[in-house]
Design a protein around this ligand. Structure first.
Ligand SMILES: Cc1ncc(COP(=O)(O)O)c(C=O)c1O
Length: 389
């Protein structure tokens, strides 16, 4: 079969740059790479609970059968959206098929022509793609730098004043490729001062931060200063899907205009039942002596203390989240070290350009409630040896 030459060249250039991506099956290595921070993806309680719920409700259905605006809007959507909204202290929640879809739908439909989007330079690809599809103008500010955001916001708020045009500022509460976190409180205050709309992607904060894992926005008590929160279920909740939290008016708008919501088949009832049970688990586990969230937090503290003991602070990006990155610029070296760690039994991934900028390549360590202290010590001791070779 003929294959377009332009595409051949692009693949070839990835091969030449030793940056070709390939698919690989899940490994049985010690997990320092998945986003399953609390171990919910493998939870039998959640799996069995979802199954039992479907059987009890006689929901023997394999698929949603259509877009939610046509035949796909199962009653379970309403139940789960209400529960999620209540859990996250939001007026409303709207479920999307994935976080990618949620960000694409929000940013392509909410900011209008004449509006301005101001975004952190390290923002996730799904937000960037949404911005690309939008008719609004977009400007970036330096990563987590409120001093860079301030003048940008001031300038644009003066430009849009006395018009119907709006400003949207977007960041992540935990950055997916750095693990670091912005000063959401200060940001929310200056955004409010300039009458702009604040949007926070909480993908990597759900299950990790806040009471029962409700996220950073709620932990900081700034729900009312945030226009929309994007939460995802494929990471700390171990299942699949996402939701946008906001007002009923925003929900109504997205149902009408977010194309990644309108023109796609909805999630099947079993996906919704799994989300429901994952939230149940967050609540139930939090009542136990030592919750998964607590175990994760202990592992994060221990990982950080081991970094200090092994004097690796200089190569690690400062982080309090479940994501910790060791900067290893280049392509060969991070890949080589990731391979060496694999041979020692650890699943640690090299993150290369174009996911991060050239020169910012890194090894990303994702921590979990189920990692043992011994695993943490050993993976870092091995890392130190390989870094020095
Ligand atoms: C910050 C952020 N937002 C959104 C997404 C997309 O979420 P999902 O995996 O549910 O599509 C991701 C996942 O890669 C992410 O890291």
């Amino acid at each position: 079969m003929k294959f377009p030459n332009k595409l051949k060249y692009k693949i070839h250039s990835r091969v030449e740059n030793k940056a070709l991506r390939t698919l690989g099956l899940q490994s049985n290595l010690i997990d320092f790479s998945s986003n399953d921070y609390l171990g919910f993806a493998k939870s039998e309680t959640i799996f069995d609970g979802a199954h039992q719920f479907l059987v009890d409700e006689n929901l023997k259905i394999n698929g949603a059968t259509g877009s939610r605006l046509l035949s796909g809007d199962h009653w379970l959507y309403d139940v789960v959206e209400k529960e999620i909204a209540e859990f996250h202290q939001s007026e409303a929640a709207l479920i999307f098929n994935s976080g990618y879809d949620a960000n694409l739908g929000f940013f392509s439909s909410v900011p209008q022509r004449g509006d301005v989007i101001i975004y952190d330079e390290f923002i996730h690809a799904s937000i960037r793609d949404g911005i690309q599809l939008s008719n609004a103008k977009a400007y970036k500010f330096k990563h987590n730098d409120v001093d860079d955001l301030k003048p940008l916001l001031k300038r644009h708020s003066e430009l849009v004043s006395e018009s119907d045009n709006e400003i949207y500022v977007v960041t992540e509460s935990v950055f997916s490729m750095d693990g670091d976190m912005p000063d959401l409180v200060t940001m929310s205050q200056i955004i409010k001062y300039h009458n702009a709309f604040f949007v926070v992607d909480e993908a990597h904060a759900i299950g990790v931060f806040g009471e029962k894992g409700c996220g950073e926005v709620q932990r900081l008590g700034i729900e009312n200063l945030v226009f929309a929160r994007i939460i995802t279920f494929g990471k700390g909740l171990g299942c699949h899907g996402a939701a946008i939290l906001g007002s009923q008016e925003l929900k109504q708008y997205l149902v009408n205009f977010a194309r990644s919501f309108v023109y796609t088949t909805g999630l099947a009832p079993h996906a919704l039942a799994t989300i429901k049970m994952a939230y149940n688990e967050l609540v139930i586990l939090n009542k136990s002596e030592e919750s998964q969230q607590q175990k994760l937090q202990e592992n994060i503290s221990f990982f950080k203390s081991e970094i200090r003991r092994l004097q690796l602070q200089k190569v690690f990006i400062e982080s309090n989240s479940a994501i910790h990155c060791c900067l290893v610029p280049g392509i060969i070296k991070p890949k080589k070290i990731a391979n060496q760690l694999h041979h020692k039994g650890y699943d640690v991934r090299a993150i290369l350009s174009p996911t991060v900028s050239v020169g910012e390549e890194r090894l990303r360590f994702c921590l979990h409630a189920y990692n043992s202290k011994k695993e943490i010590t050993e993976v870092l001791e091995n890392l130190r040896v390989f870094m020095n070779n």
